[in-house]
Design a protein around this ligand. Structure first.
Ligand code: SF4
Length: 346
């Protein structure tokens, strides 16, 4: 199966058109490529789940919500036969698979799928599921839960939807911590969204602990390895470059956080860019060094396109700056681990 990760190594391209537009002698540009960057294990699993469902069951395969927050990925899967819906009521045929996105869903969603007898497959990232289970355990033990996260993000909607209304209070800012009036008769515990800024979250948690010294913390950090590692690499690169590009979608939480991390680490210009046509050359047209990273839902092919665009204007030298090795792998949802039935011709 050919997936998003099967791509050729980067080679800058120059065509006749670009040679006309850009001079032979180009200014030098040092590109520092952050590593790790791009796809995380949860995103690979979610995309593979849709592709495997298409192989096993044919088109259409329904997907509730964007499977991951990247338009390029979504459009590619649409071309292969995936149909994206915002609610299960939009799935017309109960015999077709319907996949839940990597961000996770409220308990009401699998319940509705069960009532309608839909063929549901859950591609929630196991690290999001871990947060759901933590919240459930706290609730069972009579604790009120504080969820540090961003209102309206699908992961936050999914986590809050694991428990009855009122069991979880969302905390977005330090002001929320100051204004918080939790139930007086319950111990307090906190969980977090997986894709937050490590530094911002540390501040918010410190403020919570200052107000509520008995606050119960997760056994293991909820911000996931991929979010943490991508932010660390950006912190290393950002102070060394004139500008930095985060390849990713505006609705991708971890991509937005990478841009903020770059700015805070001292990069004069950090921008989120999905495709080359979004590069603002008034910002990137006169620089000597550039950092590039990619959010956890951005495929490497888009990073290559961006480097290509710079190679048309600059004499680029690409160096990878690596701050961590990643070898995390999540197996596919159980329903998709089988082989496709052989066709008559095989
Ligand atoms: S960013 Fe983290 S939590 Fe989200 S899908 Fe990737 S590994 Fe899972």
């Amino acid at each position: 199966m050919r997936g998003f990760l099967d791509i050729a190594p980067f080679t800058p391209k120059e065509d006749a058109h670009s040679l006309e537009r850009y001079p032979r002698v180009k200014p030098p540009l040092d590109i520092l490529l952050c590593a790790p960057r791009g796809f995380c294990a949860g995103v690979v699993r979610a995309i593979d789940a849709v592709e495997k469902a298409l192989i096993l069951h044919g088109a259409p395969v329904y997907v509730r919500h964007e499977i991951v927050h990247n338009k390029y990925v979504v459009e590619s899967l649409k071309r292969k036969g995936a149909v994206f819906v915002s609610e299960l009521s939009q799935v017309p045929d109960a015999t077709r698979p319907v996949i839940f996105s990597a961000h996770g869903v409220a308990k009401s969603v699998p319940a509705e799928a069960g009532e309608r007898n839909l063929f549901a497959i859950d591609a929630t990232c196991p690290l999001v599921t871990k947060v759901h289970r933590e919240a459930e355990v706290h609730h069972k033990r009579g604790r009120h839960i504080l969820l540090v996260g961003h209102a309206g993000h699908p992961e936050v909607i999914g986590t809050m939807g694991q428990l009855p209304a009122g069991a979880i209070t969302l905390i977005e800012t330090l002001d929320d911590v100051a204004a918080l009036e939790p139930p007086a008769d319950q111990p307090l515990a906190y969980v977090t969204q997986t894709t937050l800024s490590v530094d911002d979250t540390r501040e918010i948690v410190a403020a919570l602990q200052a107000r509520f010294p008995d606050l119960i913390a997760p056994h293991k950090e909820d911000i996931c390895y991929a979010t943490t590692n991508r932010q660390e690499a950006v912190k290393r690169v950002a102070p060394q470059v004139d500008a930095l590009i985060v390849v990713g979608s505006p609705n991708s939480s971890n991509s937005q956080r990478l841009r903020e991390v770059a700015e805070r680490a001292g990069c004069p210009a950090a921008r989120l860019v999905l495709r080359t046509d979004e590069i603002d050359w008034s910002v990137f047209g006169n620089i000597r060094s550039l950092g590039i990273t990619a959010g956890a839902s951005a495929p490497e092919v888009l990073v290559e396109e961006i480097i290509d665009a710079f190679a048309q204007r600059y004499d680029v030298r690409v160096e990878t700056v690596s701050t961590a090795d990643e070898n995390v792998f999540f197996p596919l949802p159980r329903e998709l681990r089988g082989e496709a039935a052989p066709t008559a011709a095989e």
